[in-house]
Design a protein. Structure first.
Length: 451
């Protein structure tokens, strides 16, 4: 077995870059799963804008289901890293075996429940009479591919946490490139429309899933997938650690759902559907910001977890500085991209001048405070990586509360178009509190763990 990155001995700066950059690039590529679908759907003749809004309604549902993969994957990967830092290979194998079983069972249960509740979910999540047929056609096929989506994303975390960041990147790249090729074939050549976009996505996820499982069942990783040793206490520990990213992603989607509902309520039938289309494009742009940012902080959790288990506070401190620098550098670049190049991004989805104008205005408002968002991600994901789940979830919940308050207050005071200020308000206040908690609470915990 040849490790790409040695968590025990490699120089910290290089180790952070070697794990963070491939994962960040992988997440950039992963964004294509949703963006490419929406780009082609938005350009379907005659129905493009309405179909795009219908798929936008499905977006939070799809992401909420996918959050289960992070619940188990991001919950189990830091625990596996801590076990490796403690030189406890038996415990690490047990963690992986339990996580694989959990993901498989959860995927099957979610598929059945989601298909039964499909119609109600779409109405709850903001589908109008006009948008429902497009949303229904898309989500049905996505639900059928749930097992591939959860296993590929969830188990990929156990590849990255063992130091194989390039293998993890290749699994994401495989699915994204395949999706890019299949989308125009299924949507236009086979004339399957919205359904074709969903089928292309499911096939791509199946290919990624096969690649991930093939690697984890081989002799290449230090900890491969094995069977047996299933214990509720291990599963409970994984679910507790993973609760933070799960709640973060789930609540992010509840926020988008609430945003869509408020837009429909205060925007009215015609303006509401138009603003929903704009919000779909806006949320696609935000994926380009948040997914690579999460790639940086998520992939480097294994460094923090390993060294927390090894009681090496000095390496944790160095890693945190490098992670913060990468986060702020990335969010700084994306802030200027949102100002200078967002028009070209919007034009991938629509050429209608009014849609372009409204979406550009929304993007520029929504991204006003994305630079300090890098601080929030570093602190919350770093705490999760070290098993400090209660601190992490409290900080994340505070940000969500601020956002929800803005969503429900702003439309009652100002025009519905101002609702997009909810994001920058929460992105400014939350990192301030998180930084204070880091210095007052998390830092002493790290020092105490090293003693």
């Amino acid at each position: 077995m040849k490790l790409e990155n040695n968590l025990d001995t490699d120089e910290i700066g290089g180790l952070v870059r070697n794990l963070a950059i491939p994962s960040m690039l992988a997440q950039f590529v992963s964004v294509f799963y949703s963006i490419v679908d929406r780009m082609y759907i938005g350009n379907i003749p005659e129905i493009g804008e309405l179909a795009l809004a219908g798929v936008g309604v499905c977006g939070p549902i799809v992401t909420m289901i996918s959050s289960v993969s992070f619940w188990v994957g991001v919950g189990g990967a830091p625990l596996l890293s801590i076990r490796l830092g403690q030189k406890n290979q038996k415990g690490a194998r047990q963690v992986l075996a339990n996580c694989f079983l959990m993901l498989l069972v959860m995927a099957l249960l979610i598929t059945v429940i989601a298909l039964i509740l499909k119609r109600r979910l779409l109405w709850w999540f903001g589908a109008s009479e006009v948008l429902f047929p497009y949303a229904d056609e898309y989500i049905t096929w996505i639900f059928l591919g749930t097992v591939f989506a959860l296993l590929s994303a969830g188990m990929n975390q156990f590849i990255i946490c063992q130091g194989f960041s390039k293998v993890g990147m290749k699994s994401v790249l495989l699915g994204a490139v395949l999706n890019l090729i299949l989308d125009p074939i299924c949507i236009f050549f086979l004339d399957l429309g919205v359904k074709g976009a969903a089928i292309a996505t499911v096939i791509s996820q199946a290919a990624s899933c096969a690649y991930v499982l093939r690697f984890l069942f081989s002799s290449q990783p230090e900890i491969p997938i094995t069977f047996g040793g299933y214990q509720w206490k291990v599963m409970k520990k994984v679910l507790l650690i993973g609760l933070t990213p799960f709640v973060i992603i789930a609540l992010d989607n509840v926020m988008i759902i609430s945003l869509n509902a408020q837009i429909q309520r205060f925007g009215g039938p015609q303006r509401g559907d138009m603003l929903l289309t704009c919000n779909t494009i806006l949320q696609s742009f935000m994926l380009v910001v948040t997914m690579p940012l999460g790639g940086i902080t998520g992939s480097t959790q294994t460094i923090l977890g390993f060294n927390y288990g090894a009681k090496r506070a000095d390496r944790i401190r160095k890693a945190e500085k490098h992670i913060l620098a990468l986060c702020l550098g990335f969010t700084g670049i994306m802030f200027f991209v949102s100002r200078l190049f967002s028009r070209y991004f919007v034009m991938l989805f629509t050429r209608d001048p009014e849609y372009i104008r409204l979406t550009l205005e929304a993007i520029r408002i929504y991204t006003l405070m994305i630079i300090p968002l890098g601080i929030q991600y570093m602190i919350v994901d770093g705490a999760t990586g070290m098993g400090l789940s209660k601190i992490a979830i409290s900080l994340s919940m505070f940000r969500k509360v601020i956002y929800f308050l803005c969503i429900f207050l702003i439309p009652n005071i100002w025009d519905i178009g101002q609702i997009f200020y909810s994001e920058p308000v929460s992105d400014l206040i939350s990192p301030i509190l998180s930084a204070a908690v880091f210095f007052l609470v998390i830092s002493p915990v790290i020092d105490k763990g090293a003693e």
